[in-house]
Design a protein around this ligand. Sequence first.
Ligand SMILES: [Zn+2]
Ligand SMILES: [Zn+2]
Length: 344
Amino acid sequence: MIHSSDHNQRRKKRAQFKHQAGPFIIFFTVLMPTNCVILEQFYFDLKMDPTTQLINGFLVFYFYGMAMWSYYQSITIKNYTIEKAIPLQDNRRIDPIYKNTNSCLECNKWKPIRTHHCSLCGKCILKMDHHCPWIHNCVGLRNHRSFYLFTLYMTIGAIQYSYASLIYFRFLFQSSQGFFFHQSTFFYIYWGLTSLVLYPTCAMLCFLFFYHTSLILNNQTTLEQMKSGSNENCCIQNDKPPRSINLFDRGILSNIAWFFNYSYFWFLPFENIYKEDGTKYSISPLCTLQDIQINNPQIPIVQIPEQQFDFDKIEQKYEEYQAIAKLKYKNKRIVLIGKEIQLD
Ligand SMILES: [Zn+2]
Ligand SMILES: [Zn+2]
């Protein structure tokens, strides 16, 4: 009985996959190779020198191959949460990010930080970026890299095709034998139709690529970006709405290195497997004092000095930090996430 219901569920999932991702898979696996052949035709007809033609011809299939590999990885890599008990809450910690004890009401499981429940996948997704219908999968912790590389290779391929297409159009236009002399009618019809699809697709891919590049540079996900451009912030101002602070932004180079899992082979769409497995993230080591509102009951606005706190140290050595802070901010009230710390 259990076996048959399992089987039915798998069949239902397969049917759903075919229905939702099918058209896209056909687009990428049928239309794209045909376009590659056409692209080769352009290069062949343009009568370039043999080396240029060979390089161009190779690059066409290289980018297509890489795009398809990235596409396959994006579809097959899952970002499901791991089975782990909810960690105990440490009350000494002032940064709520380390409490990290939420659980998902749907899955009834621990929901680590940056995790969201996807209603389409029916599961919790680690560092969920968005659910992508193109791949019928969620983009998250482990496949964001392959998804990004997919947009990169597709963008390069689309630009390559569009550019060669323009050159070829000019070549035909200037041809003494006439525009329609060089190819069959079918070629012109197919070329015209694909161009109609390709130029908007190219523009869309460029947008997608640049958008995800900006997310990588800031170490953000689409969901976090949409939430007023911030993650849960660590420090809030008194009686004011939460400020936009991206806790995971550790600087452009660190963000890029982390995104590609510190790999020299960043251009290959491997699955990203991290030591912490999506349960913990390094946060910005330095939290500026501007992030921490210090209120003095007598003086409403206190000039915030140009110094920085090491947030990792706050997390690790809270008592020690408090002792130093006591001296430094005597008679002042510090408010962190609505939690008041009296330092007197
Ligand atoms: Zn869930
Ligand atoms: Zn999903």
